[in-house]
Design a protein around this ligand. Structure first.
Ligand SMILES: [Zn+2]
Length: 232
């Protein structure tokens, strides 16, 4: 399983700090990045089952803490055929996520930095509020797996040089791609489809039809690189 996947080519330069908004309302502007990998299609190595939201039985329940949620997202991508092995860590912020060059005042979480030393930063109060709601843990899973989608993009050398992809109904391709990768993870882990459906409206993904479409498309894919090619 480790011969395929999204493999880095060369080490990134530490100076290539990339900051990207993580909802359609954030003002973060991606800085020029450093391409460092090519994409190896995994179309011959499907990692998911044929489960769909309509046929899958009640499945895995979400983890209840940001740390556990993030750990599973990262572990999935490391152990899947995609073989995405980043150094990205999860950190909390007592206020709003802060990244150099980005404004994430209204964001629950943001991906900061590169795929080697970067961080997914979440707002403690916003995350606590989310987790306290019914279906909150699943919603937090969608949020954090979306942010990790940005780490995957950087690991794979996608959307570099400030590229954000074509705008679709007002949403940047880079965001739709991350939504797609979130859906891919959720399907691969076989989370309870009813829980996913209930949690989506709590997130910016579920409140935007174009983003919901990208998430649902990711749930149906067998090759995660399609989450790049469809939105770049
Ligand atoms: Zn995002």
């Amino acid at each position: 399983m480790n011969a395929r996947g999204l493999r880095p080519l060369v080490a990134a330069t530490a100076a290539a700090l990339i900051v990207s908004g993580c909802s359609t309302t954030t003002g973060g502007t991606p800085a020029p990045g450093t391409p460092r990998s090519t994409i190896t299609s995994t179309s011959s190595s499907a990692t998911t089952t044929t489960s769909t939201t309509t046929t899958a039985p009640a499945g895995m329940q979400p983890f209840s803490t940001p740390a556990a949620i993030f750990a599973d997202v990262k572990a999935y991508w490391e152990t899947s055929d995609a073989n995405v092995d980043t150094g990205v860590t999860l950190v909390s912020d007592p206020d709003a996520p802060t990244c150099s060059g980005g404004d994430f005042e209204n964001s629950t979480a943001a991906m900061c930095g590169d795929s080697y030393t970067g961080q997914v930063v979440y707002s403690e109060p916003k995350m606590a509020e989310l987790l306290s709601q019914p279906h909150g843990p699943m919603a937090a899973t969608l949020v954090l797996s979306h942010e990790y989608g940005h780490a995957i993009q950087r690991y794979a050398g996608e959307f570099v040089g400030g590229a954000s992809g074509p705008i679709r109904n007002g949403v940047k391709g880079i965001e739709l791609s991350a939504d797609c990768l979130s859906g891919f993870y959720v399907n691969a882990r076989e989370f309870d489809p009813a829980e996913v459906t209930a949690a989506l409206p709590l997130t910016t993904i579920g409140r935007n039809p174009t983003r919901t479409d990208a998430f649902n498309a990711g749930m149906r894919l067998t090759d995660p690189t399609t989450c790049f090619s469809n939105y770049s």
